[in-house]
Design a protein around this ligand. Structure first.
Ligand SMILES: Nc1nc2c(ncn2[C@@H]2O[C@H](COP(=O)(O)OP(=O)(O)OP(=O)(O)O)[C@@H](O)[C@H]2O)c(=O)[nH]1
Ligand SMILES: [Mg+2]
Length: 255
């Protein structure tokens, strides 16, 4: 068979699973550490429930993804997950889902492994969203999920410290309301409201304009130039203020 014919014949199979994210839809990618319960509990010696070295490795991984050749206007990380909002006009690889997913998962796994010195692998999914409100809801959802997980994780580890086994601690928390969990923490001297914002709401990464002065080489006059700088926000605002922060990212230009 001639190469051209063989090529044509095989490409049909190769392209069978290809899917494009339709133009006009927002692209969000969410990456999640694979089997990180084992990694954080058995393979690494981490602070519980939250560890600074782990958090910083996740932030470095998010920064790396935002600098991996795509136009990403917002990065969000909490626990072992990362969400990325693409510029609405992103057209890399013709918006092929398999390209986005495989590149992001590969880049994240490589950077995280480098940061912590142990094998850390990420999965990745693409979430196409049709309008601004759903993008805001998406990030509200991840943020609220982080809050629930933080409350749960603090309660869980306090029970473990008291000597309860993993299954006993899990059972004790089953069916408990948010108020009950808050009270439980209060009894051991922890006010949930006073915990660091990055634990309760995650960390946001986005571009802000920074003004710097420079000298125009043509006439040696001082000029002010504005350039984009990546900001790592450890204290994400709550409710409507967070919505505003996300809405701003929808029209943001990447550098
Ligand atoms: N000790 C510690 N554990 C953390 C920290 N951040 C995340 N984790 C743990 O990371 C795990 C993430 O959980 P999941 O993503 O739900 O579960 P997983 O084991 O990764 O499973 P899959 O995602 O389905 O592969 C949880 O067990 C968290 O307790 C941290 O800062 N310190
Ligand atoms: Mg995971």
């Amino acid at each position: 068979m001639k190469f051209e014919m063989l090529d044509k014949k095989m490409r049909v199979f190769e392209q069978n699973m290809d899917q494009l994210v339709l133009p006009g839809l927002y692209i969000i990618a969410r990456l999640d550490g694979r089997g990180f319960t084992k990694l954080t509990k058995e393979r690494l010696d981490l602070e519980r429930p939250f560890d600074l070295r782990f958090r910083d490795a996740m932030i470095e991984t998010t920064k790396h993804l935002m600098d991996a050749g795509f136009k990403i206007t917002y990065g969000y990380t909490g626990s072992d997950e990362i969400s990325l909002l693409f510029d609405k006009n992103e057209n890399s690889f013709g918006r092929k889902a398999r390209k986005l997913v495989s590149i992001l998962a590969g880049e994240a796994s490589a950077r995280f492994t480098q940061a912590l010195g142990t094998l850390g692998v990420f999965d990745c999914r693409i979430i196409p969203l049709p309008n601004d409100d759903l993008v805001v809801d998406y990030f509200r959802w991840r943020c609220e999920d982080a809050s629930r997980n933080a409350l749960n994780a603090w309660c869980y580890w306090k029970l473990r410290e008291k000597g309860l086994s993993a299954s006993e601690a899990t059972k004790q928390l089953e069916g408990r309301s948010v108020a009950e969990k808050n009270e439980m923490l209060f009894q051991v001297g922890i006010n949930y409201n006073d915990l660091p914002a990055w634990q309760k709401r995650g960390v946001g990464l986005f571009y802000t304009d920074m003004e710097t002065t420079s000298v125009n080489p043509m006439d040696n006059r001082e000029i002010t130039v504005s350039r984009k700088q990546l900001t790592v926000e450890m204290e994400l605002p709550r409710s409507t203020e967070y919505d505003i922060l996300i809405k701003k990212r929808l029209t943001e230009q990447t550098p």
